[in-house]
Design a protein around this ligand. Sequence first.
Ligand SMILES: Cc1ncc(C[n+]2csc(CCOP(=O)(O)OP(=O)(O)O)c2C)c(N)n1
Ligand SMILES: [Mg+2]
Length: 554
Amino acid sequence: MTIDVATGISRILKEEGVGWVSTFPVCRVNNALGREGVPMLMMRDDRYAVAVADAFSRITGGSRIGVCTFQGGVNAAGMQYAYAGMAQAYEDGSPVLCITDGVPAGSSGNSQYDVASAMKTVSKWFGYLDKPERTPELMRRAFTMLRSGRPGPVILAIPNATAAYDETADPYRPVKGWKSAPDSADVRAAVDELLAARDPLIYAGEGVIYAGASEELKALAELVNVPVITTLKAKGAFPEDHPLFVGVRGDQVAHYLNKSDLILAVGSSLSPGRFSHAIPDAAKKTIIHCNVDELHINKMYPTAHAVIGDARLTLQALRQEVSDRTSGAGRPADNVAAEVRAARDEALARYRQVRASDEKPINPYRVYGDLMEVLDLRNSFVTHESGNTRDQLSTVFDTLIPRGFLGWGNVSTLGFSLAAAIAAKKAFPDRASVAVTGEAGLGYMLGNLEVLLREKLGVTVVHISNGGFAGYGPGFWGPGHDPFTHQVLGPDEVDMSKVIGALGFHTERVSEPAEIIPALRRALDVNRSGRPAYIEFICCQYPVYGQWVGRSAE
Ligand SMILES: Cc1ncc(C[n+]2csc(CCOP(=O)(O)OP(=O)(O)O)c2C)c(N)n1
Ligand SMILES: [Mg+2]
């Protein structure tokens, strides 16, 4: 049976269990997707088309792959705009499939922008479908790259979507994805060190979530009685009401990073970025680095022992080895948990205080505290924006289930929270989905708000409306970080609840602390019937939050 490439791709996506594709037109695969009955979530720009699919892959831990399409080819306006989304997905290691038009053979000199070399810098793998009969082969390869090893974006360029091939010549079978188990000698060496350490610390990264290894992480931590910190992107990989949970950032995390003599890193690159810790005195600590591949080993810090393999299989193997060595007893509990609690209590006291504040304008921590009260934290999704909402929520928001909160940002590209909240609604329609943003993130979102109305996506946007870029003006950073570029029209000049209300959102503007909870409840209520909500909380600028170790305020 002869079919065209676009139809072949659409059918293969269905075989791979892809339920929908996010897009911004035009892409020459889209009409076939429509004809083949693959629903398209049409965003209002190409960057959001990528970001929604990217976020879907993140939120599902790669168990369901997000797929997007956008314009490519000669003079690829869509692709140039989508580049920001792809770069972010690449930097954050998200397994998203991006399908675009390729430059047709013979046209490679027709534009200044070199598609192939640009795409190769932001992808784990870039495929160019240079012959129609290679459709099954390249799709197989794409899903292999998406489902195996270190996660990252895969980009497929289709130069001729109407070219025909025989669908029966190389029948497509869905790709399973493969995992590797660690070398038992490496596991033994790691456990030797772990059991000999005085103050070990588990440093959990997002690899734990992609491996679906939260249970295994908990089981190992409990057996060895070792405190746990998680990276921003792994927030929620370990239950944050657990007695061994230290935090993501803040004084208590600094205390444990400083005092540890051994770091057991699992599923983290350990690369200090703007939104992660440096390891203090790393050369004096024993670093055991468990990772899915060798890319991050002996990078930045000397690795004492590497354990290469899938995070779940690695954690299982470590636990088994500890259990065998200690007849199931593990490391003694001593008063590790009590010390963790004391350190957390002390570090979080200042936030607990402002969480209860009645001041006006509202303190942002009051909004976060009330949000935690209103939500069922085991059945909801919250994400932050770039800016203070990231810094503050990652300091205090209690995350009890994996992806109950999405932390993002090796690069934190403004506007991503809306894409994440949309993706969460698609992944878990019954969960409340909340994006918390400042004015900068909101500015990026505005054009895409129509999508929520059109698609009946019951998402709530919480706006911490403080009239400026709070971390940038005079304030926390002494005379100011960017004193010339931090002020925008604020709530006194512009009523965003009216602007967004005119679109059709349920909107409210809240300046009374006592009104926060009722307003949030009303928003979540309208969300249940598929109507999006926007709540503007008139807040003070309060750039106070937990720091990253080894990084000056940037
Ligand atoms: C695409 C992009 N450009 C620039 C930045 C740098 N940046 C980070 S936060 C921010 C301003 C945040 O201000 P606002 O949204 O008002 O949040 P607040 O800190 O006041 O809560 C800027 C410009 C970024 N993160 N992403
Ligand atoms: Mg602001």
